[in-house]
Write a protein that binds this ligand. Structure first.
Ligand code: ADP
Length: 730
């Protein structure tokens, strides 16, 4: 039977044809999308001929990036050659991805392109040009965002329906948590297990360890620590004490300064449990509270106190990339402000600016106009400042500074946690996070950080909420979802890697490059594997360069591509880290150097107490363990208890029965004969030497033998029978 004519064969051929077409189509879409990214990324020059500004830029990047560049392109030399190859554009991978090297731009070109920053990979510096940057005030509501998105998002852990709606508009498919989602949007911090089980194409909207700045007590601890290290730079928050550990310090300060204090529960939110006092003695010595000096001269608009909700997006912690949304909210108190006195200290509608507090006040203003209402847009505040001759640009540069410093205070923890949770995420960043920074501004326009929210509210009760939060979500999803996260390709690669690892011992391939390098106690081993099958079919064995080109990810350029994507999809975000201003780059680099965490933590009173407590607990546990061990040892050493007689008797009988039933092992004839001979020889010797008689004689002489012995010793009787003279024998 001719199989080729069978229906089954034809069906398989059709299916093959379809799948080929599908793959080609997908590849075309991907290449088109990547082209946009690559247009934004232009390779400018290598390290050896960079100008002073570029060096400064590199130095600011270097603390986080030096490690990352090693991590992102772990093939070391191999990756380097990949990068060098990109210049001549001969690498098949490069060609496949449509990665055209852009010739070093001329000065004229430079004039045209807006240079936003540099990234450094394997000693090659890339200039990132922002092509699709949108003006801060431009609304992009009418713009089409994605042509086509195959990505999936899971929003089942979020209570905000808006996130699902916007995702769907952007072309995302909503899926359950059990599916292989591309993005997981959750309102709460997920557990470490979820982080660890994430695939290389998956992203989540929280960074492990962000709690370091999102809980009031941890934020205070980190900022206080940084204040000790950099007293001139970290005056970005009101004086703060963590009670009860810093109770003494706070009391001492209160004695010497006439000040109003604001007291907050250490992990509270929405203004719950907050009160004002100027008498710290009323506080119990064991109460867990955050005590802060009250900023008693805030900036007032129309006589009302307000604070700013600044939305900040972090797309990477190593290297640190922070974006601030140009639009945000100003939340107003609902009673006109008067400096705190014992009479008005209880008026929360005057001193607190929380929406959750003030919405209960009948004075809450729901006005939709820009210049009125208890909730206004940041653009309205900017207009107000401009009208009142304030320097808006300088003010926002100070706000950016506060945000950067706050994030930097937790940077070592963030970096460490990220690498611990995602050692294999080499194509895209595993996390992104929108943080809500609450900033209070004083009458001198100095911003103070009050709080950082890891899940800022996305409720859209008012028009102003909708105008701010919808574009924020849309721009965030656009910025974080790069085309680099190709689920199918990454899964294919992962399967291939697993297969290669399993088949490793069979030796059907060559390991062309194994580069192991240590990154912050995590060793990443990178294989680039080539199988002989690829070489088969008369094709020439590939050179090392092609091996590297066909090597699996991590790709040297993935970070560069992601940065380029972000820079070209900013929407209404502005990048604040790395800063646009080259002179600020070197300024911030010093804050990265807070390496010895433990010794630094020990410096605050609270940390000392915590350390003491931990040490005491450790000692107690050790003592308990030692005691338990001793008891165990004593019980094993103790003599075995004497068993009852009946048991012993049973045992004896058992042993006896064993002996009774003993069956001798095999004895060979030769052995038996030998034994017999030896026995004969011995009896003859006894007979000849008259040993028995001698013994009897000796016994008789000593008077040890009696007549009864004759019956006891049969051989003696035998001797007497044969008339042997016992006496004479001696
Ligand atoms: P919560 O997380 O409960 O909202 P916050 O720290 O944000 O707590 O404080 C609530 C409000 O109290 C702020 O919006 C602000 O108006 C006011 N507030 C907090 N700390 C201070 C301070 N040190 N000085 C002046 N006002 C403050």
């Amino acid at each position: 039977m001719n199989l080729k004519n069978s229906k089954f064969y034809k069906r398989i051929q059709t299916l093959r044809h379809f799948s080929k077409e599908k793959i080609l189509k997908e590849r075309t879409i991907r290449t088109m999308a990547l082209r946009g990214v690559e247009m934004a990324l232009s390779e400018s020059q290598c390290n050896h001929d960079v100008d002073a500004a570029s060096v400064a830029a590199a130095s600011a990047w270097s603390p986080p990036l030096s490690s990352t560049s090693r991590r992102k392109s772990p093939a070391g030399g191999a990756a380097k050659s990949k990068m060098i190859k990109k210049k001549t554009d001969t690498s098949p991978r490069t060609r496949e991805k449509g990665f055209k090297p852009v010739q070093p731009a001329s000065d004229e070109d430079n004039d045209g392109a807006e240079v936003n920053g540099y990234i450094e990979l394997n000693k090659c510096r890339y200039r990132v040009a922002c092509s699709g940057r949108v003006d801060a005030t431009t609304s992009r509501a009418a713009e089409p965002l994605f042509v086509e998105s195959k990505s999936t998002i899971c929003v089942s852990n979020s209570r905000y329906a808006m996130i699902g709606r916007i995702s769907r508009l952007l072309g995302y498919k909503l899926v359950k948590e059990s599916k292989l989602w591309n993005i997981l949007w959750s309102d709460s911090f997920p557990g470490v297990e979820l982080f660890k089980n994430m695939k290389r194409f998956q992203q989540i909207n929280h960074f492990p360890g962000m709690i370091e700045i999102c809980r009031k007590d941890l934020l205070s601890r980190n900022l206080n620590r940084m204040l000790k290290l950099y007293p001139h730079d970290y005056k970005i928050f009101p004086k703060t004490w963590m009670l009860p550990a810093d109770y003494g310090d706070a009391m001492h300060y209160a004695l010497n300064h006439k000040h109003t204090f604001i007291l907050k529960p250490d992990s509270g939110a929405q203004g719950r449990g907050i009160w004002l006092t100027n008498d710290l003695k009323t506080i119990g010595a064991n109460e867990r509270l955050i005590c802060q000096t009250y900023v008693y001269r805030p900036l007032l608009i129309d006589g009302y106190k307000f604070d700013l909700r600044v939305y900040t997006l972090i797309t990477s912690v190593d290297p640190l990339r922070i974006y601030v949304y140009n639009e945000g909210l100003a939340r107003f108190a609902t009673n006109k402000y008067v400096e705190p006195t014992p009479g008005n200290a209880n008026d929360l509608y005057m001193h607190l600016t929380n929406y959750s507090v003030n919405k209960r006040n009948s004075q809450y203003d729901l006005c939709d106009n820009d210049d009125c209402g208890s909730k206004r847009k940041l653009s309205a505040i900017n207009n107000w400042m401009t009208r009142h001759n304030y320097d808006v640009a300088e003010f926002w540069s100070n706000v950016d500074d506060v945000i950067i410093k706050t994030v930097l205070s937790a940077w070592p923890v963030l970096k460490h946690n990220y690498h611990a949770c995602f050692p294999g995420h080499d194509t895209i960043q595993a996390c992104f996070e929108i943080l809500g920074f609450d900033i209070l501004v004083d009458w001198k326009l100095k911003p103070y950080i009050l709080e950082v929210n890891h899940s800022p509210s996305f409720h859209t009760n008012e028009q102003v909420d909708r105008e701010v939060k919808r574009p924020l979500i849309r721009d965030t999803l656009t910025l974080v979802s790069t085309v680099l996260a190709d689920k199918k390709q990454i899964l294919r690669e992962d399967r291939k890697r697993v297969k290669q690892r399993l088949l490793k011992s069979k030796g059907d391939r060559q390991v062309t490059a194994i580069n192991a390098f240590c990154h912050d106690h995590h060793i990443i081993i990178y294989y680039s594997v080539l199988r002989p099958r690829q070489v088969a079919g008369g094709a020439k064995p590939p050179t090392n360069e092609t091996n590297v080109a066909t090597a699996p990810k991590p790709e040297a350029g993935s970070l560069a591509q992601q940065v380029a994507w972000e820079e070209s999809h900013l929407g209404n975000f502005r990048r604040i880290m790395p800063p646009q201003d080259a002179s600020r780059i070197s300024y911030y680099s010093k804050f990265y150097a807070q390496s010895n965490q433990v010794s630094i933590f020990q410096e605050t009173a609270a940390s000392k107490k915590r350390e003491d407590l931990a040490r005491k607990m450790r000692l107690q546990i050790e003592e308990k363990r030692a005691k338990a061990e001793q008891m165990l040892l004593a019980s094993t050493k103790r003599k075995r208890p004497i068993q009852p007689r009946s048991v012993r008797e049973k045992h004896r009988q058992y042993m006896y029965r064993l002996k009774e039933n003993w069956i001798p092992g095999f004895v060979s004839e030769a052995e038996e004969r030998l034994r017999h001979t030896w026995q004969q020889m011995r009896s003859e010797a006894i007979k000849n030497l008259k040993i028995t008689e001698n013994i009897y004689a000796l016994l008789y002489e000593l008077g040890h033998l009696s007549n009864t012995d004759i019956t006891v010793f049969p051989s003696l009787y035998h001797c007497l029978q044969i008339g042997y003279d016992i006496k004479g024998a001696t």
